[in-house]
Design a protein around this ligand. Structure first.
Ligand code: IFM
Length: 460
């Protein structure tokens, strides 16, 4: 992609607040490996990877980036980048193998070392409780479609907060509940591989309910970490101005954005989507909606591209003429500004973080370097889009690149690379790509700007 302005010139010129949090993100199943080490139980993704044809390259998470053994070196890289924060997730079955009852000391100790290792390196730990790797033992009892899982999750959240809440800056309950519900239970292309819209919407409700109950419980326990949730959101645009496409876009926006934002901030599901779902609408017990609408300390937004919808069927992204990433997703940074402005306009949002943003590109290792200009331009232009939202008054608090490392990209296996650090899977060697070098330099400039600003006399 040819950036609209020279890469170095785009983002550094923007003025971000002194306390703006810059980070990188990963998740447990995608990088940890050690799938059955030291008492870890199987997760739904361990099982799903064994389903013939489920993963494009037939791979699994058994080794992934071997992060469980290489965490110290990986945190050295995080420190070298100069970020303020590292967003990671806990593998629930590593710390509580069957999702209830006994805890696994070896698993808990791993996260203790990780959190302490981050703090020793001057990096704030941002912990996510559920980045999709539900213990298989809970799935065997119905998983997220079973209301009992809500209570198991609250116990797990309390256990983790009791152990790490004194040191982690932030706790996210769930990462992208839409993905768990729709890709996991409706289309079935992700674990647990169910194809049933009713179960999908029940799972979505239970994810939201467990989020609200966990926030209540952690606050009652005196947890000092900032608490919130992370949603995958996009502006949803009609492919044409026809009434049919506009209606379709409204429906998709309802299912992707309003189905999550309305209960979290308004305490109700959008009626047009409840009507659309009919018998597939979830069972909601009295009091559930008030529990879901807990005040949050932050909202995380994962943004990759816009959604374009047509009443005629799936939209072919090639039609737009925009650059596509290796996932086939349009590079559309304007959509991030548009989305953030809309969230600020339609909801009383707390401080917002872009908790994931980045691109899969085909990388080539040449003489020990990866000249990933496309990814660098992608990140720079999206940082600029966040800067524009800030300028227009959106309460932006942070930005995190997805991802620190190339890793297991779910149903795509290891074929898609999102990392700013290259992983050579056979040797597990890590190499900083040009995008990582760019991010490092950008953060150095941001620090210099911060220092220069704090040295100025206060305005009168
Ligand atoms: O890799 C995923 C991540 O686990 C969740 N958000 C989207 C990323 C890219 O597909």
């Amino acid at each position: 992609m040819t950036p609209k302005a020279p890469i170095a010139a785009i983002a550094p010129a923007l003025s971000f607040p002194a306390d703006f949090v810059w980070g990188v993100a990963t998740s447990s199943f995608q990088i940890e490996g050690a799938a059955a080490l030291d008492g870890k139980g199987p997760s739904i993704w361990d099982h799903f990877c064994r389903v013939p044809g489920a993963i494009a390259d037939g791979s699994n998470g058994d080794l992934a980036c071997d992060h469980v053994h290489r965490w110290a070196g990986d945190l050295d890289i995080v420190q070298r980048l100069g970020v303020d924060a590292y967003r990671f997730s806990v593998s629930w079955p590593r710390v509580q193998p069957t999702g209830s009852g006994a805890w696994n000391t070896a698993g808990l100790d791993f996260y203790e070392r990780l959190v302490d290792g981050l703090l020793e390196r001057g990096v704030a730990p941002y912990l996510t409780l559920n980045h999709w790797d539900l213990p298989q033992a809970l799935q065997d009892q119905g998983g997220w479609a079973n209301r009992d899982t809500v209570h198991r999750f609250v116990d797990y959240a309390r256990g983790m907060a009791a152990r790490l809440g004194d040191r982690v800056a932030s706790i996210t309950t769930h990462n992208e509940p839409w993905v768990v519900a729709v890709l996991g239970h409706e289309t079935g292309i992700f674990a647990p591989g169910i194809q049933d819209r009713g179960q999908a919407m029940q799972a979505a409700h239970h994810l939201l309910l467990s989020h609200g109950l966990a926030l209540q419980a952690l606050r009652a326990d005196g947890c000092a970490s900032a608490l919130g949730i992370v949603l995958n959101l996009s502006p949803v645009q009609p492919a044409s101005p026809t009434p049919a496409d506009i209606d379709q876009a409204r429906l998709e926006d309802g299912r992707l954005v309003r189905w999550y934002m309305d209960p979290l901030f308004h305490g109700r599901y959008p009626q047009d989507i409840v009507d659309f779902l009919g018998a597939d609408a979830p069972q909601v017990a009295s009091g559930d909606m008030a529990i879901i609408a807990q005040t949050m300390d932050f909202l995380g937004v994962n943004y990759y591209t816009r959604a374009v919808v047509s009443a005629q069927g799936p939209w072919d992204a090639h039609q737009s003429g925009l650059e596509l990433t290796d996932m086939g997703w349009e590079v559309y940074p304007e959509g991030l500004t548009e989305l953030l402005l809309r969230l600020h306009r339609d909801y009383a949002v707390p401080p917002l973080f872009v908790t994931e943003n980045g691109g899969a590109f085909k990388d080539r290792l040449e003489d020990g370097r990866i000249h990933d200009a496309g990814r660098t331009a992608y990140i720079a232009s999206h940082i600029a889009a966040v800067g524009e939202a800030l300028r227009q008054g959106v309460p932006m608090a942070g930005y995190m690149v997805w991802s620190l490392l190339d890793n297991f990209e779910w149903a795509s296996g290891y074929e898609k690379r999102f990392g700013i650090v290259h992983v050579d899977y056979p040797t597990q060697q890590r190499t900083l790509k040009d995008s990582a070098q760019w991010y490092r330099e950008f953060l150095l400039q941001q620090r210099a700007l911060r220092a220069a600003r704090s040295a100025l006399p206060a305005r009168v």
